[in-house]
Structure formats: C-alpha cells, structure tokens
Write a protein that binds this ligand. Structure first.
Ligand SMILES: [Zn+2]
Length: 153
C-alpha cells in the first residue's frame, strides 16, 4: 500500500499552527495542530472528546455551516482535522475557527450531544479541560494566516 499524504510530512518540523493538509477536488482538509508532535504533551482524551463536540456544534451552526464537510480529532491527540469546501477562503476559515475556539473557551452549560443516546462514550468528557485547550489554541490562531498555512519543509 502507498503511504498516505499526511504521513509524508515531517512531523518533527511541525509546531502548533493552522495548515492546509490536502486538497481533494473542492474539499480542503485543514490541520488544526494544537500540540507539537512527539513532544510529550497531548490533548487528554476526555478534553479532546468534549472539544470535538463543541467545535462540531459551533462550526455546523456557523454562517458557513453548509460548507463544513467534516470535523474530527486526530488519533495522535495533537489536533483536529476540519474539511471545508474551497468556497471558504483561508481568511474566512481562520475567522471561523477563531470565533469557534473563543466560543468553546467560554462555553458554559451542558456539553452538546453528550447524553447516552447521542454519544458513543457519553461519560468520557472534560469540559474544563476542553475550555483550557480551546483558549490555548486561540492564542496560536492569533498568529495564523494564509502565509503560515503551508506545512514547514
Ligand atoms: Zn461523543
């Protein structure tokens, strides 16, 4: 089997940021890298899960919800992938994410979709952890724009 594109980037050069992972037709996969790979600090599983619920909820209720194809965590727990249509420009996407992460960082109340019938592991959640990670990535996003969206080589 051939190596898939996301395994060919050098993870030793990656630092937290917002990168274009790949483009397939009119779908753009964005790499929301929240942690430096292989550096010993990963998103805790419970916080990652809650942040997934918050981000998916917010992005799918945004003004560009029809152009959001997928939101999901990386198995290595260093970030998320968000797939959007190419009608969402890098500047628009950055703005959407800044808004969504700010919303998540300040979230109060019941975690969306976290009841037993709605979620596959409904007890595995950590809202305060998710909020702290959202706040941390919001700081990263302040320094991200189209000029930083290319993977380092
Ligand atoms: Zn869930």
């Amino acid at each position: 089997m051939k190596k898939i594109a996301s395994f060919t980037i050098n993870h030793d050069l990656l630092t937290p940021g917002l990168y274009i992972s790949r483009i397939d037709g009119d779908c753009v996969t964005w790499d929301l890298r929240m942690k430096t790979p292989n550096a010993g600090d990963y998103l805790e599983q419970k916080a990652l899960h809650t942040l997934e619920h918050l981000l998916a909820t917010r992005l799918r209720n945004s003004s560009r919800s029809d152009e959001v194809v997928y939101v999901g965590p990386m198995g290595c727990r260093t970030g998320f992938y968000v797939v959007v249509r190419d009608s969402v420009s890098p500047a628009d996407l950055t703005g959407l994410l800044r808004e969504a992460f700010a919303w998540a960082a300040a979230f109060e109340g019941e975690i969306p979709g976290a009841t037993r019938p709605e979620c596959g592991n409904y007890l595995e959640h950590d809202l305060s952890g998710a909020k702290a990670e959202a706040a941390a990535y919001l700081e990263v996003l302040k320094h991200c724009d189209e000029s930083t969206a290319k993977y380092p080589e």
